[in-house]
Ligand binder design. Structure first.
Ligand SMILES: O=C(O)c1cc(=O)[nH]c(=O)n1[C@@H]1O[C@H](COP(=O)(O)O)[C@@H](O)[C@H]1O
Length: 235
């Protein structure tokens, strides 16, 4: 049994700034952070990202994955937004993670520096889906491999599914920030997610944060849905 405090990140996946603001206000008593990602940033732009994020903890999920020079420069371009958390793909390789670390350190003061989080294996992949990308070792082995690469090269934490939390805690201890999407309250539709757990199970397994999108945003009452998840996390 874990006594870790596991907090909720609400993924506000929409193109519409007014919708995002409504959701942000609705979940704010229950979610300690909001996530804005590719769908929102591409449609609404980064001014809108800043507007929605004002006064909130922002998980900016751009999943950067490019050559080291481009990733470092892109992170430099984000310094005016000051996200609390920022994502890259660990599979971009050691030099890419190192460039991202350097860019975080050089472009943000210590108080404003985002946590650099490395996506290991997307929660929409199972062993078979991963094998189609050429990786035959299975999800768990690949998550551990990419976790080691990312943490060794300066990532503050990892994005993984809750299924890998125990193995990651056993290998890397309490220090890395572990964030798990692919979270579904009992009975909720998995959709395109393959490696899912409930909020309570993710807390027990050692998550620092869980990311939840559609179970909140597609609920008839998003505020109540967020409240129920927060209550489950509080145990
Ligand atoms: O980086 C992420 O946040 C992420 C990584 C991952 O492996 N799986 C994953 O689902 N996510 C994000 O987490 C959110 C999950 O949304 P729902 O499936 O609607 O709860 C989406 O915004 C995804 O982009």
């Amino acid at each position: 049994m874990s006594d870790r405090r596991t907090r909720l990140i609400a993924a506000l996946d929409t193109r519409d700034p007014q919708q995002a603001m409504r959701w942000a206000n609705a979940v704010s008593p229950h979610a300690a952070a909001i996530k804005l990602g590719l769908e929102f940033a591409y449609a609404a732009g980064f001014e809108a990202v800043s507007d929605i994020a004002a006064g909130r903890e922002l998980f900016l999920d751009l999943k950067l994955h490019d050559i080291p020079n481009t990733v470092g420069a892109a992170i430099g371009s984000l310094s005016r937004i000051s996200p609390a958390m920022l994502t890259i793909h660990a599979s971009g390789g050691a030099a890419m993670v190192t460039a991202a670390r350097k860019a975080c350190d050089e472009n943000f003061s210590a108080e404003r520096r985002p946590l650099l989080l490395a996506v290991t294996v997307l929660t929409s992949l199972d062993d078979a889906g991963l094998a189609e990308t050429g990786v035959q070792d299975g999800v768990r082995t690949q998550v551990l491999r990419l976790a080691e690469l990312a943490l060794r090269n300066g990532a503050n934490g990892l994005i993984c599914s809750a299924h890998e939390l125990a193995a990651l805690r056993a290998e890397f201890g309490d220090a890395p920030v572990l964030i798990t999407p692919g979270i579904r309250p009992r009975g909720a539709a998995a959709g395109d997610q393959k490696r899912v757990m409930t909020p309570g199970e993710a807390r027990e397994a050692g998550a620092d944060w869980i990311v939840v999108g559609r179970p909140i945003t597609e609920a008839s009452d998003p505020q109540a849905a967020a409240a129920a998840i927060a209550a489950e996390l509080a145990g």
